[in-house]
Design a protein around this ligand. Structure first.
Ligand SMILES: [Zn+2]
Ligand SMILES: [Zn+2]
Length: 364
């Protein structure tokens, strides 16, 4: 079994004389056949099949041979304590009365966040900070709750974005590959990667691991170069690169036409007043005459943004769009520019991600 590392987990033995509390609904179901006791002494009454279904770690614990006095089940995460004063009952048969609680080393807050999504009508998990998200992400990883892992990562994303390097170092510390990849992706959006924000987690990170991240960022930037061009472009070069947009931009069939009126063309290629040399004699999908000057300037600004931060986040700024729109001087373009530029940004973000997906990153 590739069971995750157990760095912070200790198998706990409970003296069971501490006061325990009942978890809130729906974890107080009297029909539930299993009790999970958290480190802060809260009892979660849950169904065994649900735990088994959600977590291979729980499942293997249930299927491993149970000693008659369920005391010392070996697992990196879980231990069972014998039920208080269970007498000589064999445990299995009299489970309805008082099943032996399974003690785990997470807090009730963490367990609640982990179990909620498995119940009907879950509200999406939220975290107040990365510190808040850490124990939940870690426990989900250790219990191998793979189905909710993406939901948890999504909930933690705003806090990961605040300091991706910290999240990256945290992920590496525990061997969490998916989180490390997500953090590396967010590291692309960092404004000043040369002076990364400090955090306690950096303590464990090797220079080699950091180097890999820096190389990854550089390679992602390189993957965009044939689209946006190198730095210090002359105006002539800029037109060369904005013209190259036609190489990946879908033509007026398929998805784009679902979105735009049937006979539309991208106006920066097709406008007869803005595109020099383009005329009525041209075929409808002509891209031979380059692009409108307002679009070249727009593309130049997109390039500047992406060279500073090779990330779709860099072009999400609505000011980019309003700046482009304010420079459109022609009625024909004005009519469609907003819709088309918006669509262009969506397609560009997809194209960026498609290119980044080709860039290798060794995390572990
Ligand atoms: Zn033309
Ligand atoms: Zn025009």
């Amino acid at each position: 079994m590739n069971s995750p590392t157990s760095t912070t987990y200790h198998t706990m033995s409970w003296e069971s004389d501490e006061e325990t509390r009942m978890a809130p609904a729906p974890f107080n179901n009297p029909w539930a056949d299993t009790i999970v006791r958290t480190m802060d002494n809260v009892d979660f009454h849950v169904f065994r099949w649900m735990l088994e279904d959600a977590s291979p770690v729980f499942a293997s614990m249930f299927t491993s041979p149970r000693p008659s006095k369920a005391r010392n089940l070996r697992s990196p995460v879980v231990s069972t304590a014998s039920p208080p004063d269970s007498g000589d009952s064999s445990g299995e048969g009299s489970a309805a009365a008082s099943p032996a609680p399974i003690s785990i080393s997470e807090t009730s807050r963490t367990l609640e966040t982990l179990l909620r999504p498995y119940y009907p009508f879950p509200s999406p998990p939220t975290f107040t900070s990365f510190d808040d998200a850490q124990p939940v992400l870690l426990a989900a990883y250790k219990l191998q709750l793979t189905r909710i892992a993406p939901t948890l990562a999504q909930a933690a994303l705003p806090h990961i974005k605040q300091n991706p390097l910290r999240a990256y170092a945290f992920a590496l510390r525990y061997g969490m590959e998916d989180l490390a990849r997500l953090a590396a992706h967010e590291f692309l959006a960092v404004e000043n990667p040369d002076i990364p924000a400090d955090s306690e987690e950096l303590e464990d990170m090797t220079v080699r691991q950091y180097r890999r991240l820096v190389v990854y960022r550089r390679e992602c930037a390189a993957a965009l170069q044939d689209l946006i061009g190198p730095t210090n472009m002359s105006l002539k070069k800029e037109s060369e690169y904005s013209g190259r947009v036609s190489e990946w931009l879908p033509k007026y069939s398929g998805r784009v036409s679902e979105w735009l009126p049937k006979d539309t063309v991208w106006t920066w290629f097709g406008c007869r007043s803005c595109v020099k040399g383009h005329s009525g004699a041209c075929p409808r999908e002509c891209t031979q005459h380059g692009t409108a000057s307002w679009f070249r300037a727009h593309w130049g600004r997109i390039g500047d943004r992406l060279r500073a931060r090779p990330s779709p986040d860099a072009i999400e700024d609505p000011r980019l769009l309003s700046q482009a729109l304010s420079s459109v001087r022609c009625d024909a373009c004005n009519e469609v520019a907003y819709t088309q530029l918006l669509r262009l940004m969506e397609l560009l973000a997809e194209e960026i991600e498609r290119r980044f997906a080709q860039v290798p990153l060794q995390v572990l």
